[in-house]
Design a protein around this ligand. Sequence first.
Ligand code: XIL
Length: 397
Amino acid sequence: MKPRRWISAGVVAVATAAALNALPATASRPYDPTTQTLAALGQRHGLKIGTAVNATALNDAGDPQYRRLAASEFSSVTAENAMKWESLEPTRGTYDWTAADQLVEFAARNRQAVRGHVLVWHSQLPAWLTSGVADGSISKQELRELLRKHITTVVKRYQGRIWQWDVVNEAVSDPWDTPSTLHYKGFWAQNLGPDYIADAFRWARAADPRALLFYNDYNIEAFGSGNPADDKTQFVYDMAKGLRAQGVPIDGVGSQGHLGTQYGNFDTLQVTAALKRFAGLGLATAFTEVDVRSEMTEAVRAGNSAEINPRLQASAANFSVLMKACLAVRTCLSYTVWGFSDKYSWVPDWFNDPPEGLATIYDENYQPKRAYQELKSDLIFAGPPYVLPRVAPRPHR
Ligand code: XIL
């Protein structure tokens, strides 16, 4: 951008932010941003703050607090499991929309956006599909047709009600896989070859002209060596660039943001730089599944504060790094946490050797943790000239 245009954009942004900040304040009760929800504070930047929603918890009459917080603190929701293929079509040919519909209706009632998750993934596939391919009763050609039909059916059902779709999830291997050179991994790549990725985006676009179509993956928060053989962020960047060059209708890259306090992780400027490079491809970005887990040593489990405190602080710092980086890049459209309370986090179930936990922003009794307060203050303290309102991209054809 030329300096003059930058300046005028900056002036508009300052004016917009000033107007947004002029929220109801009276002499007796001045505006106090610390009492606002994450959703309201995100709105000042045009940034949606989302959460994954657990269908069982949402329906638990004995736990009204879950519904209340899901409805009030967040401006976007993602189905934690309800839109996965195994949930939608447990029996071949028979779709069960109950839980997915319920979430979409919940979002509409609460004026929330919906991130659709997920159309193509190697995990949580129905058993009839994977066993049919394994025993040869479903041919490769039929498999491709089943995938096209699945994408078309699901996207059409929710057409106009889904803001962003995770079209393809976790297609790329990790350095600890075999072979260690990064490659397209899993059920779909093995059976259809990597072209399924471009196909999936084209089929999704044909079914909904307006949804923003995302590729979604983990461990892509920052660039590493720059060599796509061992740098997953670089591999995904090259993939997205290739898809754009071929005219594939991909609109964004979602960075899941599953972090752990035991790892080195990143600083705000590294993550910002990565988001900017994706922006340079004409792509939106989003943090789609943020949580920051910690090892639950015996001392932590016994309540030893000398072990608990550093974990809570490191967790808050990591949540904050991703938030600040997102705020700094105008095409970073949303920041979604993967569950908001430790009461329902997937972490203790999935990372149990050694046991991990403490990954979300509220504790098991819905008390906000330090991470929640840091996210709030990031949203409160951010503003022009560096942090500007979001720019919405137009869906690619
Ligand atoms: C997880 C859910 O949270 C669990 O309840 C489920 O048992 C397994 O899947 N990356 C993704 C999410 O894209 O769909 C995963 O969700 C977490 C990792």
